[in-house]
Design a protein around this ligand. Sequence first.
Ligand code: FUC
Length: 823
Amino acid sequence: MMKKYLLFGLLTGLFFPAVAQKSKLTVKATELGSQRYRLWYNKPAANWNEALPLGNGNLGGMVFGNAAQERIQLNEGTIWGGGPNNNLDSAAAPHVAEVRALLAQKKYVEAQQVASKFLGPNGNSGMPYQLAGNLYINFLGHTDVTDYYRDLDISRAIATVSYTLNGVQYKRECLTSFTDKVLLVRLTASKPRMINCQVKLQSPLSKSITTNNNDIVLAGAGSNHENQQGKIKFNVIARTKLSGGSQVTDTAGIRISNADTALIYLSIGTNFVNYKSLSADPYQSALNTLNAAYKNSYSKIYNAHLKFYQAYFNRVNLNLGDVNKAEPTDVRIQKFATANDPQLAELYFQFGRYLLISSSQPNSQPANLQGIWNGELKGPWDSKYTVNINTEMNYWPSEVTQLTELNTPLFNMITDLSQTGKSTAKVMYGARGWMLHHNTDIWRITGVVDGAFWGLWPTANAWLCQHLWEHYLYTGDRKFLQQYYPIMKGAAQYFIDVLQKEPDHGWLVVSPSVSPEHEYIGGKNAVSVTAGATMDNQLVFGLFSNVINASAALHTDQALADTLKMLRAKLPPMQVGQYGQLQEWLDDVDSKTDNHRHVSHLYGLFPGNQISPFSQPQLFTAAKNSLLYRGDVSTGWSMAWKINLWARLLDGNHAYKLIKDQIKPVGRGSGGTYPNFFDAHPPFQIDGNFGCTSGIAEMLLQSHDSALYLLPALPDDWSEGSVSGLVARGGFKVSLVWHNHRIQQIKIYSALGGNCRLRANQQLSSAILKKAVQNNNNPYYKAETITKPVLKVPAKDLAANLPANWLYDLETKPGKTYVIQVK
Ligand code: FUC
């Protein structure tokens, strides 16, 4: 018995008697990980949203698992429509001035009419991310099979299908290797000579299918789209390796007969080098990858893949209770809202980490609206990058769940945008620096997309730069900060040049803009275009603050920092409106019955760090009121945002209620979760997966408001649990064990040293903790100076009802671990 506890403790990274005693797990230690981390089903995928995703950052596969015909829908991250271009509207500048003037005169409808002239040239609203095609494996006669089972094991990044036919057990294992860069399928059977099948490639983008020795080669090209010529070229190559049996290859496919085992190696190459250059040889690139991988056996590729993957995945362990092993994942999703199954939330949390590891690697494109998984020529919203919430949400879990390297493609994209966005800043707005509007694509476009109503939002540079600064706060990487500081500065310079004095108070505002995708005048002449939207004010406040702090950390640009401080003081303060709400716009025009999916004005609460329950209780309560008015049920990503917001509002039960709203079968008009665990906008949009993972982390650990807040929003239903490996700002790695809602053990690894200030909703008596008295002197916890809010309802109505909490200090040294046993 004891041995079992010990193994469990080792596997969770902590010795944890409280949960171990409760655990009914009886499986072998080697099986334990996969039992907890398995999405499994007793029938094949009936549609794309039931297929299981595999990916190595670049190459993606959706495994359907039909016995008679395996289909693996293929993606490669650089297969997009169109070619190098920017959708800059060089005739827009006079309209900008005109819209500004009309907004200043409060002629809103007229301003909207003029703004509607910003369409983006040539109707170019960005290019679509496209599927590569499909790998089919046909098994003649495999129809009436028994013992059918398929799964995706996210602790190993491998999908398996198995079934029995005529007394023979058949098995397929599929992985997209992180190390050998191929899709690898292994076909085995319990009796010799039983593998008979035909391997085929297909694509709607196909230009030709040819053979080369035993290879089957598909050549394809990205689509023409919205007046842009399709310039991406790609090749898919499949090759098999048999033990026993024989094969014949022709353009119809590779026919395998009487093999004992068959391996299918598949690679994809494209001509994409970067957003400006398409000079790579797609065939040679696919062939080189395939030749290198083909030398390796299944076990060699599998072991290298596993080692690479687990080096990311195993960094964080969460245990919220026992696994329901009896019911397949789709049934657990159906029952989640009413069943007591917190382990499914744990699985969903880890699935988000799995998806990020699989869709965002240092050498890949950033995760787009569907990560890398898209089965269409033109997916929803082109499956590109919407940067007024969705792309940022994709990266919310990266730092806190210890996947920091996976930000690299996002940071690379920001670097590209800081180049392509210079012309937009200059030509459209007559400004220095760089900017982009609410969308971009692989070509890094920066102009207006989808027209002004949605597309005139000009503040994405500020939001993207927040990720750069946050990376520094989590890692303390000064070299990184030095490298990216000019990009942050370029975004700040843009706002120095474009901020406008608004007539009523003389505040400096972004104009024109929109509060993302939302209108403040409805009806036939709906108006979204505005000046001084709260989100913009918060974003510019955050950007200026981050550049000021970065210039101090790097001992540079004192004059710029002084300018930014002066301008920051003139930005509009946050305002509490007539309903006790945090105003979304400069004027008090919010409606109590507005349930719009975007909650942009709550950016300051999350992911921004500008609304504190302790230092701004009025703003905190106003943000809460706004969120209550907005309601819970919405699109997938909107609910995921609200999980994070309720965690920041320190209400774990409300956050968990949103998780239940999100992990439910997809219905009409609201989000939910597909059987394959993909989040539904609907349709599938991956941001909700990532946002929920981030939200669960925020429920367990926060580190923005001068302290590491341990279990700030623990729901009643998670009375027992443990987590290890979450990261806090200042380079702290945190592990916690709790029992009966009370923390029992805290383990903190300090990468950077310095004061570690802890906040908890209970007293932590320990010899190594001191009661906190002074301000936290840790440089990564510098308190922000927030402009005093404007209150339109009396402050006494807004007193926040906070949980009792205690603050402690722990002086740490770099590289040391501290264990606190709480009595
Ligand atoms: C924003 C959202 C939509 C959708 C799209 C991809 O425009 O308002 O709901 O998520 O991005």
